[in-house]
Every structure is written in structure tokens, then in C-alpha cells.
Design a protein around this ligand. Structure first.
Ligand SMILES: Cc1cc2nc3c(=O)[nH]c(=O)nc-3n(C[C@H](O)[C@H](O)[C@H](O)COP(=O)(O)OP(=O)(O)OC[C@H]3O[C@@H](n4cnc5c(N)ncnc54)[C@H](O)[C@@H]3O)c2cc1C
Length: 556
């Protein structure tokens, strides 16, 4: 942590999850690199990743096969040049991670073990039991410590500093001591993760409020494909805690109230390992048609046996015991789909470059785009590593030739005025109340089934929530560790993003991957094989579209 008054760096990385730390390690060592994070780095949501990370390591596997599965799984909305880069570079990145000290689970021959995952034609998901994110994040953090990289720990970035159309730093609130500071940098990399907390039931950590996407959006960078929010098929009843796809990868079944493996009617070949959007829709349909169990279906692991569950899925067993009060060795787990992953995000190219020079983005907050309309399990951790590394490399090249400019004082002054107003105002609701309503309307109206009516209703609710979010009362008027203030700022980000999700989803009159419209149930490549771009204007969200890059896999 730093206390000096002038904050000046070559590269500032916002976010210390996997994408941010990987970017920091890729930057040239002669540059001054700093990370900034609203929580301690190893509390970033990456730590919660369970199932694993994909790479074609097997003798009979190939990066081309991985690329094909990714393009197909994403319903051909992913840009294939970016997909190719990710899949081609994946094996090298996994071996690099291993050299950095990641303890991957092993097979009988001592090689990195790989488990089958949904939508993959080959078992290519590398894992560390069911705590893969933990293993990866801690190994990278050790490297950050070793390099003595500056880490602004528990600082909250409230705005980007853009001058003459170039990104030159950020404004951030020091959570521990209170107060806003200007942190100047030649290059800024956004690695702020996902926005799952816009929804009421989500697998995401409470810190996943899409801040980086909102910062870029406010600065004029388009967000891409925001309507594609992945609903993970198996989240725990009541709490929404994730039950990894690895549970099905290891052989778990999904059962309805009749005890039937209903996937045979939806995906007879892939069964429980069909893509997430297919499995989520199937579960939703079973529940709708009255074959659910108390608003859920059952994930049955009993036939795997105690030993395999203890070895491969120890955390899942613990979660089921602690949060559902049952032992999966003996009892099936009640699960239902929940918001999990934002396929869209800050539009960035394969090197993390955005529309604003000096501003880069990587990881879940970015849309490069490799996941298209539906992300395959294990591809997100991979994305953070490959594109985090690439963004760090390119930002290094950029910062190596850029100069620090003297910045106008109004950047800090304006932001100070905004935060002081928020702190001072009274008479409004609490941030959590507005957030609850936002989450409810999105989960109800933009969940796995969407219609024009449901989304229009969500649109008018969110329009009404915007001024209420701006008028919330921060009851804690202090400066030190004011989480009330942070939640108010996060809420404003979530509302902004909700508008882009709704606008993109209402306009897209087709069904593709995670975006399923009961009123337009088929995919329409003739019109909709294109990316949605949302841009902020004073009058609201402006929509435009961009072509999808197709290289070797023609949409089928
Ligand atoms: C429960 C769960 C399990 C998952 N399992 C898997 C899996 O097995 N395989 C897979 O491929 N994917 C999985 N995913 C998805 C994957 O884990 C994430 O997409 C990925 O880890 C995101 O990494 P990231 O580096 O982009 O962001 P994160 O790890 O979320 O880090 C974001 C960082 O940004 C910082 N930040 C955010 N806003 C601000 C701000 N305003 N100011 C300062 N700092 C800020 C945070 O403090 C944090 O350090 C899972 C996701 C969840 C939720």
C-alpha cells in the first residue's frame, strides 16, 4: 500500500483478480506498474472459481478443436480470430502457470489431469480439485509480492481521467483513510470483473458490480453484447451459491420430480454436458411444466460414491452440507439456474485496446469477444490469463513511448463535488433497497426466458430506479471505511449497466445462447449474426451494430 501524495505510474491496472495480476506480470519490469483493487487481491472473485481452466493439452486434442467448440458453443457470435488466438496460446499459458507454482490435479501418469466440461468435444478442463481459482490466484499473488509491485489495496476507482481523448489515469477513493486521489498513469488497464450482482440471484461475489464497465461506458467506450448474461444451470437453492459444472463433468445427473434424467428430451447425446444455455433452458422448462421440486431440480451425485466426491468435489460437498443442510454422498442437491457471467463488456480487441488510447480492458469486464452468446465452462479463467497477458504486454509497449502530461485540476475537483454531494444528501432510500428492486426486476424479467412484455416492464422499472439510485442516502457520514458510500457508488454502476442489458435484449428479436426470447424462439443469422454496441448519450442508450469475424467455422 502506498501513502505518497503524488501518485504517478507507467501502468495502472484496475482490478487484482486473475486478469489484472496476469497483466501486471506481463508488463516489462523496467516500467512502474501498480495494481488497484477495492478488496485485498486474493478476495477478488477469481478466487471462487471452482471447475477449471481449458487448454487442449491431450495427445488427441487440438487447439483447432477447442476453437471449434468455443465458436459453436457461443452460437457463432464470438470473433473467431480472437477465439483462435486464445485456444492456440492456451497450452503455453497453462504450462507457464504450472511453472509459476499452480498445483494442478494430476492423472495416474502424473500429467495435469483434465475433466470433461459442457459443450467440449474432449476432456480439456485442467483443475485443482474444485478450487481452481484459489490455486491460480494465490500463485499469481505470490509473483506480485516477489516483484514488489505497488498494490493500492482497498481503493475504489470512481472515474477515469480522460484528457484530449486519451486516458491518463483514474480518480479513486481511499477506502481505509477516506478521500479521493488522482492516480496518474500513461496506460490504464480495466480488469474489474463481472456484473452479476445486477441480478437478485447470482453466483457472483457482492463486489461484482460491473464498475469498470460503467467507468468505460461513462467515458464514451461502447459496451458490446451486454444482453448476453449467462445463467449457470446449477446454483444452490435459496443462496444461489455455485455448484460447479465439474459435478456433472465427474458424472452427476440432473433429475426432475419423476426421478427422470430429463436432459434426454433436450440434448440426448450430450445429456448433462450440453452447453450451459441448453441445460438452463431445460431446467427452466421442467420447472415451468410442473416437474420441478420446490422451484428446483435435483443434482444427483450419489452414484459417484463417497471416495470420488471427497477427492474431486470436496468443496461442493462442504457447500451442500453447510448451506443446504444435506450430504450429497447420500442426498441429491436441489439446484436452479442463476445469473453467473457477463459475456458482454467493454469492447476491446485481442490486445485489450479500447476506443480510447491509453485505456485497455481484459478479463470478464472486457468483450474481446471469445464467448459469443454463451461461454463454455473453463473458458473464462482462460480468457483472464491469455488476454490479461496480452493486455499487459501491449500496455507496456504503449506506456514505454507515452509521456506523463500535466493534468487539469478539474478532474479531481469535479469528482470530489460529486462524491461530496452524495455523502451530504438526505431523505432518499438506502442503496440496498434500490439494489433489491433492480435485482428483482432483472431476475424476473430478463432471466432465462425473455419476452418483449417482460423486458419492457423491466425497462420502465429501471428508468424509475435511476433517479432513486442517484438520490440515495448514505447514512454513514464518516470517511473511514465507509462501505455505505461504496455501495451507493456501485449501485449507480449497476443501474447504468442494466439499461444497456435491457436495450440490447429488447432490440435483439431472436434467440441465441443465453438470450432466449419466448416470442422469437429461433436464431436468425440473416439479421442478428452481429454484435450489439451500446453507447451512452444524454438521451439514454444508443444502439449500433458491428460485424462478427468469421474465419474457419461457418455458422451452422
Ligand atoms: C462462483 C464462480 C465460479 C466460477 N468458476 C469458473 C471456472 O471454474 N472456470 C472458469 O473458466 N470460470 C469460472 N468462473 C468465471 C471466472 O471466475 C471469472 O470470470 C473470472 O475469474 C474473472 O476474473 P477477472 O480477473 O476478470 O475479475 P475478478 O477476479 O472478479 O477481479 C476483479 C477485480 O477488480 C477489482 N475492482 C472492481 N471494481 C473496482 C473498482 N471500482 N475499484 C477498484 N477495484 C475494483 C476487484 O477488487 C477485483 O480485484 C466462475 C465465476 C464464479 C462467480
Amino acid at each position: 500500500m502506498t501513502t505518497q501524495r503524488t501518485h504517478l505510474h507507467d501502468i495502472l491496472i484496475v482490478g487484482a483478480g486473475l486478469a489484472g495480476m496476469r497483466a501486471a506480470l506481463a508488463a516489462p519490469t523496467n516500467l512502474d506498474v501498480a495494481l488497484i483493487s477495492k478488496v485485498h487481491p486474493v478476495r477478488s472473485h477469481s478466487v471462487a472459481a471452482q471447475g477449471g481452466i481449458n487448454a487442449a493439452l491431450g495427445e488427441n486434442d487440438s487447439w483447432e478443436a477447442h476453437a471449434f467448440d468455443t465458436a459453436k458453443g457461443g452460437l457463432y457470435l464470438g470473433d473467431q480470430d480472437a477465439i483462435e488466438a486464445m485456444c492456440r496460446e492456451a497450452p503455453g499459458d497453462i504450462l507457464e502457470l504450472e511453472r509459476l507454482g499452480v498445483i494442478f490435479s494430476r492423472d495416474a501418469e502424473g500429467r495435469i489431469a483434465q475433466r470433461p466440461f459442457g459443450g467440449a468435444g474432449f476432456p480439456r478442463t485442467c483443475y485443482a480439485a474444485d478450487r481452481t481459482g484459489h490455486a491460480l490466484l494465490h500463485a499469481l499473488y505470490e509473483q506480485i509480492l516477489k516483484r514488489r509491485t505497488t498494490v493500492y489495496e482497498e481503493w475504489y476507482v470512481t472515474a477515469l481521467v480522460i484528457e484530449d481523448g486519451v486516458c491518463r489515469g483514474v480518480i479513486a477513493w481511499d477506502i481505509v483513510r477516506g478521500g479521493l486521489r488522482l492516480i496518474q498513469a500513461k496506460a490504464v488497464i480495466l480488469a474489474t470483473g463481472g456484473s452479476g450482482r445486477a441480478f437478485l440471484t447470482s453466483t457472483n461475489a457482492v463486489i461484482n458490480t460491473g464498475d469498470g464497465m460503467a467507468l468505460a461506458y461513462r467515458a464514451g467506450v461502447p459496451l458490446m453484447d451486454m444482453e448476453f448474461v449467462q445463467f449457470h444451470p446449477t446454483t444452490l437453492k435459496d443462496t444461489g451459491i455455485l455448484i460447479t459444472e465439474g459435478a456433472r463433468g465427474e458424472g452427476g445427473y440432473l433429475l426432475n420430480t419423476l426421478g427422470e434424467r430429463f436432459l434426454k428430451r433436450y440434448a440426448p447425446e450430450q445429456m448433462e454436458l450440453a452447453t450451459r444455455s441448453t441445460v438452463s433452458l431445460a431446467i427452466g422448462q421442467e420447472i415451468l411444466e410442473g416437474r420441478g421440486v420446490d422451484g428446483c431440480v435435483l443434482l444427483d451425485l450419489r452414484h459417484l460414491g463417497r471416495d470420488k466426491i471427497l477427492e474431486r468435489l470436496p468443496q461442493i460437498r462442504q457447500i451442500a452440507m453447510e448451506f443446504a443442510g444435506l450430504d450429497p454422498v447420500e442426498t441429491p442437491i436441489p439446484i436452479r439456474p442463476g445469473a453467473h457471467y457477463q459475456m458482454g463488456g467493454v469492447r476491446a480487441n485481442q490486445w485489450g485496446e479500447t476506443a480510447i488510447p491509453g485505456l485497455f480492458a481484459a478479463g470478464e469486464c472486457a468483450c474481446v469477444s471469445v464467448h459469443g452468446a454463451n461461454r463454455l465452462g473453463g473458458n473464462s479463467l482462460l480468457e483472464t490469463i491469455v488476454f490479461g497477458r496480452r493486455a499487459g504486454t501491449r500496455a507496456g509497449e504503449y506506456a514505454g513511448t507515452a509521456r506523463h502530461e500535466t493534468l487539469a485540476p478539474q478532474h479531481l475537483a469535479e469528482e470530489q463535488a460529486r462524491v461530496e454531494r452524495l455523502l451530504a444528501q438526505s431523505g432518499g432510500e438506502r442503496a440496498w433497497q434500490v439494489r433489491q428492486e433492480l435485482g428483482t426486476t432483472l431476475s424476473t424479467n430478463l432471466g432465462i426466458f425473455r419476452t418483449k412484455e417482460s423486458m419492457t416492464a423491466a425497462g420502465s422499472t429501471v428508468r424509475e430506479l435511476r433517479p432513486r439510485a442517484a438520490a440515495v442516502t448514505v447514512q454513514d457520514k464518516g470517511r473511514v471505511f465507509n462501505t455505505d458510500l461504496i455501495q451507493a457508488l456501485e449501485l449507480q454502476c449497476l443501474v447504468e449497466l442494466a439499461e444497456t442489458i435491457i436495450a440490447g435484449a429488447l432490440a435483439r428479436e431472436e434467440s441465441r445462447g443465453a438470450h432466449y426470447r419466448s416470442d422469437f424462439p429461433t436464431r436468425n443469422d440473416a439479421v442478428w449474426l452481429r454484435h450489439t454496441l451500446t453507447q451512452r448519450t444524454p438521451g439514454g442508450v444508443r444502439l449500433s451494430y458491428a460485424p462478427v469475424t468469421v474465419t474457419r467455422f461457418q455458422p451452422k
